[in-house]
Design a protein around this ligand. Structure first.
Ligand SMILES: O=P(O)(O)OC[C@H]1O[C@H](O[C@H]2O[C@H](CO)[C@@H](O)[C@H](O)[C@H]2O)[C@H](O)[C@@H](O)[C@@H]1O
Ligand SMILES: O=c1ccn([C@@H]2O[C@H](COP(=O)(O)OP(=O)(O)O)[C@@H](O)[C@H]2O)c(=O)[nH]1
Length: 459
């Protein structure tokens, strides 16, 4: 069997404590690679004023070889903060208003991709299967092809792909599309994203959809496309949640809510996650349903993310102020309606908290998939499952039809869904949960990985 070489910007080498990293890509790739073994190459997360050592930092853990490279401060500024997170991220999340395009950042993005290709090249063998992940590294295949590599190279985009009119607002959209054409398979989270991609090629007159959208022809190449919904280790996570719910930390959390119903939200501090609209929805719920005042606690776990990017820094203040305002207005001497935790919580504890919560509130304005939604479902007690309130704009909504689907821009709609979830009969909760759990057991992280690699390697 060919060796698998995974490349992504974010690589998280397991710590001694066994803590899983926050961020779905790292969590999912860790699980996928543990099963198969292989190389995982990417950014170490470190940077300095000058280019670091020539050699990659190689670390072995189980059957995974981690190959890490440092970047310079300028690289991080231009490639990661600048182009990836201030142009591609907002555009792909339909936020043209937040895109800050600059030629310097764009050049830095392409430069770092070339740098990654040169770092990766010495590790590669002719029959390696290369699997590149996410928007940071779209031009990587083109760089490798230029260096003469003929390997099968696949690409998976973890975030949404927008419709043509949104994409074309990005001045370098053509270079980006051209970059994607150098892969053998380009995978998206949902059929909607795949459709947007094909639609963009056709609209711009630069390509064709073949075989009903399963293949594309553009820039002189024909390559496959597909939708592969990323997932979790469903069975293991469910077992994990049972164990975690008996831990002292979760016991303490249970005691601290003093018999109130727990509502949980877990998201990186990111404008795409709809946190401010969600808090408005919760406030509205309390106002419309005063009988629930002092009867529910909403726990929002929100680790800091990309804090050097101005929009994220600003959001940190906004959310903290908003939670403070709601607590000030509606809280009482013995009840704090919103518990806002602005740091990362280890996944074992999260699993137990999900199981404790009557409602999982997952309301992004736009999200590639959202693994938190899947984790919440997997963690539930089959005899007394909680209710998932899920944004229709999360990739996960294409699969989790047992959730209460909401439009996150409709604040009252979210408020009503919370009320509906809290009063739902046990029979209906079970029915909805069983449907979702059955799906997640079948379509878990291994299925995602197998399906993608099968399509990449088969002729
Ligand atoms: O690496 P960071 O800049 O700290 O950000 C964390 C990750 O955020 C994004 O995650 C996406 O991937 C998830 C798994 O496929 C998906 O469920 C979620 O909807 C996406 O937002 C980003 O795409 C990753 O590259 C980042 O590592
Ligand atoms: O404090 C936290 C917050 C999140 N996560 C994990 O980070 C991932 C978030 O993935 P998701 O796809 O929901 O969103 P992303 O952050 O990748 O956009 C999930 O596995 C969470 O369990 C975590 O371990 N600790």
């Amino acid at each position: 069997m060919s060796r698998l070489v995974v490349v992504s910007n974010r690589v998280t080498v397991p710590q001694k404590s066994g803590d899983a990293p926050a961020g779905g890509l790292a969590v999912a790739l860790q699980a996928a690679l543990e099963e198969r073994g292989g190389i995982w190459m990417g950014w170490s997360g470190n940077s300095s004023g000058e280019r670091g050592p020539e050699k990659l930092d190689i670390r072995e853990h189980g059957n995974i070889t981690y190959a890490l490279t440092d970047l310079t401060d300028t690289d991080v500024e231009e490639y990661y903060h600048g182009f990836a997170n201030r142009v591609l991220w907002p555009i792909c999340h339909y936020r043209l208003d937040l895109a800050e395009y600059g030629r310097k950042e764009m050049a830095g993005y392409f430069r770092v991709n070339r740098f990654f290709a040169h770092k990766l090249a010495p590790l590669l063998k002719p029959d390696d299967i290369i699997w590149v992940h996410d928007y940071h590294l779209i031009p990587l295949a083109a760089e490798l092809r230029q260096m003469g590599f003929k390997n099968k190279i696949g690409f998976f985009l973890h975030i949404p792909w927008p419709p043509a009119d949104v994409l074309f607002a990005m001045p370098v959209h053509e270079q980006i599309m051209r970059g994607l054409s150098q892969y053998d398979l380009v995978g998206f989270q949902t059929d909607f994203d795949l459709d947007n991609f094909g639609g963009g090629l056709v609209r711009e007159g630069i390509g064709e959809r073949l075989e009903g959208g399963k293949k594309f022809s553009t820039y002189g190449r024909t390559f496959k496309g597909g939708a592969y919904s990323i997932s979790i280790e469903t069975k293991a996570f469910a077992e994990f949640a049972v164990k975690a719910s008996k831990s002292s930390m979760v016991r303490k959390a249970r005691q601290s809510v003093e018999g109130r119903d727990l509502i949980i939200g877990v998201d990186r501090l990111d404008y795409s996650k709809g946190i401010t609209q969600r808090i408005d929805g919760f406030e509205q719920f309390l106002k419309l349903n005063p009988a629930y005042q002092n009867k529910v606690t909403y726990l929002q776990v929100t680790p800091k993310s990309r804090s050097e990017v101005p929009e994220y820094e600003q959001m940190q203040r906004t959310v903290a102020e908003q939670a403070g305002r709601v607590n000030g207005a509606l809280g009482t001497v013995d009840w704090v309606p919103i518990r806002y935790v602005n740091r990362s919580v280890p996944r074992p504890l999260l699993a137990g908290l999900y199981r404790l919560a009557k409602i999982g509130l997952v309301t992004p304005l736009r999200d590639g998939m959202n693994l938190v939604a899947k984790e919440y479902v997997a963690a539930q007690d089959p005899e007394d499952p909680g209710v998932l309130v899920l944004s229709r704009f999360a990739g996960a909504a294409r699969e989790l039809s047992g959730a209460l689907l909401v439009n996150p821009y409709d604040i009252e709609g979210t408020a009503h869904a919370i009320a509906r979830g809290l009063t739902m009969s046990l029979d209906e909760r079970k029915q909805r949960w069983e449907k979702m759990m059955e799906h997640l057991l079948k379509y878990d992280i291994n299925r995602w990985c197998d399906d993608f690699l099968k399509d990449l390697t088969e002729e």
